[in-house]
Ligand binder design. Structure first.
Ligand code: FCB
Length: 459
């Protein structure tokens, strides 16, 4: 099965793994790091499962050499991590913190020495707290500050970094962070959250420009997308699903790829200053897709509030998430529907045609909470099945003409899964949070084999 799946990909396909700063680094006060929106959010009672925080996480800040060694052994071409803005500019603006840059210098140089392409995300949700307190992404100034920060990183790293990602999942930050209050900063503004989307997209465009001016190239964004299926043929369900699709998928892809917001959102979006859409749609070199599962959406029914990962959404929303029945589910209760990835990518090709740059899958993976057995082995066979099936679905989309250049598995190792704390394990490597012992799971060895065979190195 391994051999077959690897045969479906070209030799120069980029195989990678992903992580993000707040989820793995820990050491939240080391080296002059400032506080971020997530430091503040996790300290609020009741926000995170079991009251977990990212204070220690995987202690990657201190253990990065071991983590690089694990990736080298795994054989990945590339590693997607994120810079912590609060390490680089503790207050989110102005003076640069040398110790913060110094940490990433060591990480980047260590990766290059190991033959792994550093592929950083500039911003994966951890807004410097001072900026958050000044309105965060609801405030247009944060986009300007992001451009300044991007210029710092571009200036410092352009000659060492072969692939850049501006922002991770502006949709999730807008909708979960400002719309539903499930993520930092914990505001439940409903449709009033949408200016955050506009400013995040503006920040993306300004960031691309700043990186290019600093000599950096090969730039993309990591947007989350879920194939959206209407609950039925009836018109109310179709309309509800159409609005959900516009709000979660097209609001973030259309402006970047076509220079316009979906018409369905016009009633909800504050007017934009002239020129913003031109900035948002500056050409990118590739488009990153994070995708895990499809969603089934219908018209609201009485008493049927939508749920996201067990959190209730505002019952007055004009749509409702329905249970997708008949599919296996991960331990996070996400449905496993590999074909939906083929669907999603073919939908992108149809919608955006020649405006669609090459795609990179910047995240895909699953939470299965399996730990070491008595022999110290982690038999996470369901993660292998999930990944294998999604890679086959990806190859099917490629076979149907979608240009996909790489796949980054989420995640290298178990880590702090936002509102779910440490309760959900997405890693190829198991972390014992008491001892920080790293144990490669069966899925790690499976992925290693797949990468080897895909490079023609034999079984
Ligand atoms: C994505 C996030 C990533 C991780 C996975 C499971 O939405 O970008 O940080 O939490 O989900």
């Amino acid at each position: 099965m391994n051999q077959n799946t690897s045969d479906l990909f070209p030799r120069d396909f980029v195989w990678g793994v992903s992580t993000a700063a707040y989820q793995i680094e820990g050491a939240t006060t080391a080296g002059g790091r400032g506080r971020s929106s997530w430091d503040a959010f996790v300290a609020e009672p009741g926000r995170i499962t079991n009251g977990d925080t990212g204070d220690t996480a995987c202690d990657h800040y201190h253990r990065y050499p071991e983590d690089i060694a694990l990736m080298k052994e795994l054989g990945v071409d590339a590693y997607r991590f994120s810079f912590s803005w609060s390490r680089i500019q503790p207050g989110g603006r102005g003076a640069v913190n040398g110790a913060g840059l110094g940490f990433y210098d060591k990480l980047v140089d260590g990766l290059l020495e190991a033959g792994i392409q550093p592929s950083p995300t500039l911003f994966h949700w951890d807004t410097p707290l001072e900026l958050e307190q000044a309105g965060g992404w609801l405030n247009r100034d944060t986009a300007e500050r992001f451009a300044e920060y991007a210029a710092v990183l571009g200036g410092h790293f352009a000659d060492r970094i072969p692939r850049w990602i501006t922002i991770n999942e502006p949709a999730a930050l807008t909708l979960l962070g400002y719309g539903a209050g499930i993520h930092a900063p914990g505001l439940a503004l409903g449709f009033d959250a949408l200016p955050a989307a506009q400013h995040l997209l503006l920040a993306h465009g300004l960031g691309v420009q700043a990186l290019r001016s600093a000599g950096a190239g090969n730039i993309g964004i990591a947007n989350n997308h879920a194939a959206t299926w209407p609950a039925s043929e009836n018109q109310a369900d179709q309309q509800a699903a159409g609005l959900y699709d516009a709000l979660t998928n097209r609001m973030f892809a259309d402006p970047i790829l076509t220079g316009a917001y979906p018409g369905a959102l016009t009633p909800f979006l504050p007017p934009l200053p002239d020129g913003d859409l031109a900035t948002i749609s500056v050409p990118i070199d590739w488009y990153g897709v994070n995708s895990y599962n499809p969603v089934l959406v219908g018209a609201p029914t009485a008493g049927g509030a939508a749920l996201v990962d067990g959190h209730a959404l505002d019952a007055s929303l004009p749509f409702e998430l329905r249970e997708l029945e008949g599919y296996p589910r991960t331990d996070f209760d996400w449905p496993v529907v590999p074909d939906a990835l083929t669907d999603l990518l073919l939908g992108f090709k149809d919608r955006y045609g020649s405006k669609l740059p090459p795609i990179v899958i910047t995240e895909n993976g699953a939470a299965y909470n399996v730990g070491p057995d008595d022999d110290g082995r982690v038999p996470d066979v369901r993660r292998i099945d999930y990944t294998n099936a999604h890679l086959q679905a990806l190859a099917a989309a490629m076979g149907a003409g979608v240009d996909v250049r790489g796949y980054f598995h989420w995640s290298l190792m178990d880590n702090f899964e936002w509102a779910a704390g440490y309760s959900q394990r997405f890693g190829l490597v198991h972390i014992d949070y008491e001892t920080q012992k790293r144990t490669p799971k069966d899925s790690y060895y499976w992925y290693q084999q797949l990468i080897r065979s895909s490079k023609g190195a034999g079984a």
